[in-house]
Design a protein around this ligand. Sequence first.
Ligand code: 3PG
Length: 327
Amino acid sequence: MAYPYHMNINKPFKILVADTFPAQAIKQLEQADFAVSNKPHIQPQELLEEAHQYEILIIRSKCRLKTEFFKNPQKLMLIGRAGAGLDLIDLEAAHEAGIHIVNAPEGNKDAVAEHSLGLMLSLLHKIWASAQDIRRGVWDRNKHTGFEIKGKTIGLIGMGNMGRATAQLLQNFGCKILAYDRVQMLQGLPSYITSVSLAQLKQEADIVSFHIPLDEQNYQLVNETYLNAFKKSIYLINTSRGEIIDHSCLLPLLNAQKLLGIGLDVFENEKIETHTPHQKLLYDQLRQDDRVIMTPHIAGITHDSFEKIGSVLVQKILSWRSSLIQN
Ligand code: 3PG
């Protein structure tokens, strides 16, 4: 993006940090001569009203940035997403308004990969279910005899940062790793990953893990038809976005033993207090089932990834500013 003539390059760029962001990263930005307003508790409405007075906005997932937000960008030039998902931002409107967007999936890919693996291990080895029984005073080794990842075929859907990091962790488990990505960017994959068509992945996989963004194409991509097209009964893991799955198909497929286990970190509606009676019933049934593990959208956020996201984003902001000055 060319340097806008109305900007005074000698004045420090102002940054609104509108969510929790590491102190170290804020310090780095200040040392690099940005004027930082750190407002982690700013309310969504206030954020939407104030953001245009800053050259840079740093956000997480406090609110949606819809088309209207980009109608009159005023000073706003860059949005830094402290995390991976860009689904709350109208990317097309941002692009049309000339606003550059950067995110930081490199900062939380390992957290997501570890969590995905944790869900797999916990389901296959029945760690969660057996620990629950122990809490209730039940000692039942037969009921909780599990399976190994070794020798299984893992289908990874999505080969961006998260998918690749998950494959990297799995490489020492003695399993076959198949990868499918709708964007054909699968050249240069490490030798432990085999790039396949979706049809082949569905033929072979025992475990399927989703690492795809939420966008128009992926919304409710995974439904009854999609899952029934797998040849075997499978374990399903989702740490990407809840809305990629039509959740109403999960219980019937679990009861039909098409799904052997489900590990979910993300949900269609993550505000429990706003669940419709239908959603409440569905999630109540899922959480009472031993074959289901649900965690509250924590895969990408660890104490470590919080810091890493901060430093990745700071580096991207600095590069953006340098490119602006050079142009
Ligand atoms: C991400 O997209 O990086 C993760 O889902 C975490 O999102 P959050 O910043 O909204 O917690």
